[in-house]
Design a protein around this ligand. Structure first.
Ligand SMILES: Cc1ncc(COP(=O)(O)O)c(C=O)c1O
Length: 395
């Protein structure tokens, strides 16, 4: 009986130390500090994220969480407002771009809670399908789709739509379209939202990574004016999935996520100073997912990630040059980010689709496909910074 009790106590001790392990602010401590000596860190900026971000980032805030926060890593130290997101005060950890878009619409719906008919989504024809789906999932009115004739949202058409519509509106712009990697005219869209009193969400799932780069960040001018921003670091951030984030300008918007579960955030625990993490996410046990981003930022820093972004953009530009000068191929356009659309000259749309499948089946290339300007294109999204033109085609 006594030994059973001893076992139970030992097991409880192990269980009790696990959260301390998970919350330690510096992963190096795990190797060097006996578990019983690890101090429970106090959250520095509890309003900023949904959980682990706060603890892991105690000395190493994410670049998305502006307001004077600094990014540190790889021995470098860069003011966060260089990221262009200095005005965004909150961020919430998500599984990916899809879920970040959903949460953005949920926060918009709740911000206009009680408004007749609910908030209405207005998005470009170039927007990611997850936005349309999120509106359906959240019971919002059918979205209004604004034409995107050249692959980006047409501001004149947006102005017209916003002028005609009444009731609360949320405009979703895209920074890095799924098909061509194009960026909507963000400053003009932000101006129109301000004029018409519409909320602005920017889906920067793909293009958001440009913030790391001194050379390419300017392409995202206007991003900082959004109310919410979707970021997805499994794209231009080199993270394994899941690596989505939702940056939120007004931390009060996150208050609707407040939730009470006695086993996690009992009132007396919260009053005694234990962190209340539940209200910053719709998720419960995914907090350790942030570890990989913390490690990457700490190892490479913003500048290191920026160098990778520069490299993939340069590789994409070189690849586009090769396509443009090759008589057997047609290039859609010079890449804005790292997506190159091309097709064999004179090929039919069906032939383009068949080429893609053949390359896939033969294990020679994984290409995407996109339909733009009424024609089908092969899509090369260059995710890997290392290979240069000399390694194409692989021997
Ligand atoms: C612009 C954009 N938004 C959202 C998503 C969805 O991201 P995820 O697949 O991580 O849910 C994608 C995915 O490609 C995307 O390109």
């Amino acid at each position: 009986m006594k030994s059973l009790r001893m076992h139970a106590i030992a097991a409880a001790a192990v269980l009790l130390t696990l959260p301390a392990l998970a919350q330690v602010s510096d992963y190096h401590d795990i190797k060097t500090t006996p578990l019983h000596q690890i101090q429970q860190p106090q959250p520095k900026r509890v309003q900023l994220a949904n959980g682990m971000v706060i603890f892991l980032m105690e000395d190493h805030e994410l670049p998305l969480i502006g307001g004077g926060a600094r990014i540190r890593g790889g021995g470098r130290d860069v003011p966060a407002d260089k990221s262009g997101l200095a005005g965004l005060l909150g961020s919430a950890w998500r599984t990916g771009g899809t879920e970040s878009n959903q949460l953005a619409l949920l926060l918009a719906r709740e911000a206009h809670h009680g408004a007749h008919g609910g908030v209405r989504l207005v998005h470009g024809a170039n927007a990611h399908h997850s936005l349309h789906r999120a509106a359906w999932l959240l019971g919002l009115p059918d979205p209004v789709v604004v034409p995107a004739p050249a692959g980006t949202m047409d501001p004149a058409a947006l102005d017209e739509a916003l002028t005609k519509l009444c009731g609360p509106l949320i405009v979703a712009a895209t920074a890095g379209t799924t098909d061509a990697g194009l960026i909507d005219p963000l400053p003009e869209i932000a101006d129109l939202c301000a004029t018409h009193g519409a909320r602005l969400h920017i889906d920067a799932a793909y293009g958001g990574g440009l913030l790391f780069s001194d050379r390419h960040r300017h392409k995202l001018d206007g991003l900082q004016r959004a109310d919410t921003i979707t970021l997805d670091l499994h794209k231009l951030g080199w993270q394994p999935v899941a690596a989505g984030l939702l940056a939120v300008k007004n931390p009060d918007d996150l208050a609707v996520l407040q939730h009470h579960a006695d086993y996690l955030n009992a009132d007396d625990d919260t009053e005694a100073g234990l962190p209340d993490l539940l209200g910053r996410s719709l998720r419960t046990t995914r907090r350790p997912d942030i570890l990989k981003i913390a490690v990457t930022l700490k190892t490479l820093g913003r500048e290191g990630l920026g160098a990778l972004v520069d490299q993939v953009c340069a590789r994409a530009a070189e690849f586009a040059d090769l396509i443009a000068t090759h008589p057997g191929f047609e290039l859609y356009d010079r890449p804005t980010i790292s997506t190159v659309l091309f097709r064999p000259t004179e090929a039919t749309d069906d032939a383009v689709a068949a080429v893609r499948r053949t390359l896939l089946h033969q294990g020679r290339a994984v290409l995407g496909r996109a339909t733009l300007d009424g024609r089908r294109w092969l899509k090369a999204t260059l995710p890997t910074p290392t290979p240069g033109p000399t390694t194409w085609p692989p021997s």
